[in-house]
Design a protein around this ligand. Structure first.
Ligand code: MLT
Length: 256
């Protein structure tokens, strides 16, 4: 069973974090949205305090989504709005595809629908191998500077909090997540099937997943609202928490 934070009462919303982070990135959104909604934020399998994916097949986004679904079942949650950040967005798309009747709203935050290029896939496998040999600590040095827009200084509290989550990420979970991301399917053809209210949100200064990919996703989903957050890179929920909370609240008002 995934480790999670749950707060508030009302219609249910799930917040899924990105790679190789944990549910604490949503703390500010959990605090504010839980005044009106039942907010559930799990650690994805093998990350944060959650157990790894079961070893019944290669790691996949569908496998991660089925663990989130098992948590929702356990909590007695039927219909749910699902918002995912980056890798969490890949999981959200997999969950929507698996149980479209239960996902009544979709939030795609700093994410994309396409699969990896062959080069990106090879890069992930090489990184996974290195994580197996050295642990995940080295990722913090390479990855943290790319996560933020220019407004976040390397000596800021936000930067060091995120860098320390990456430094402490469990090596086994990081490797599995890298393999799952490398093998994920191209969901672009599936976007036209999404009919629920969808929030597509990107930081204007995202260096990891260019905002153009959000524009393309929003153009392909019939019921999508695109929000571009100024002054944010790849981590808008901690760079501009108030703007992200407001965008999520407006989306949830469309959903419920
Ligand atoms: C993330 O933030 O979850 C990752 O950067 C996504 C990815 O590497 O594709």
């Amino acid at each position: 069973m995934l480790t999670y934070t749950a707060a508030g009462q009302g219609p249910a919303v799930v917040l899924l974090h990105g790679f190789p982070l944990n549910r604490s990135i949503w703390d500010q959104q959990i605090r504010q949205l839980s005044t009106r909604f039942h907010v559930i934020a799990p650690d994805l399998p093998g990350l944060g305090a959650s157990p790894p994916l079961p070893e019944d097949g290669p790691p996949s986004m569908a496998g991660m989504a089925s663990q989130v679904l098992a948590l929702l079942d356990r909590l007695g949650v039927g219909s749910v709005a699902v918002a995912g950040h980056s890798m969490g967005g890949y999981v959200a798309l997999a969950l929507q595809k698996a149980v479209p009747e239960r996902v009544v709203g979709l939030g795609l935050i700093s994410t994309q629908a396409g699969a990896d290029t062959p080069e990106a896939r090879e890069g992930r496998y090489a990184t996974a191998e290195k994580v197996g040999q050295e642990g995940a600590g080295f990722l913090a040095t390479g990855m943290a500077p790319k996560l933020f827009g220019p407004g976040v200084a390397a000596d800021s509290a936000v930067y060091s909090a995120v860098a320390s989550i990456i430094r402490e990420a469990p090596a086994g979970g990081v490797r599995a997540a890298l393999h799952a991301m490398a093998g994920r399917e191209d969901m672009r053809v599936h976007l036209v099937d999404i009919a629920v209210p969808t929030l597509v949100l990107t930081g204007e200064q995202d260096q990891l997943i260019p905002p153009e990919r959000s524009e393309l996703m929003a153009a392909s989903i019939r019921n999508a609202v695109l929000v571009k957050v100024p002054g944010a890179g790849h981590m808008p929920m901690v760079e501009q928490p108030q703007q992200v909370t407001e965008a999520l609240a407006q989306w949830l008002d469309l959903v419920f």
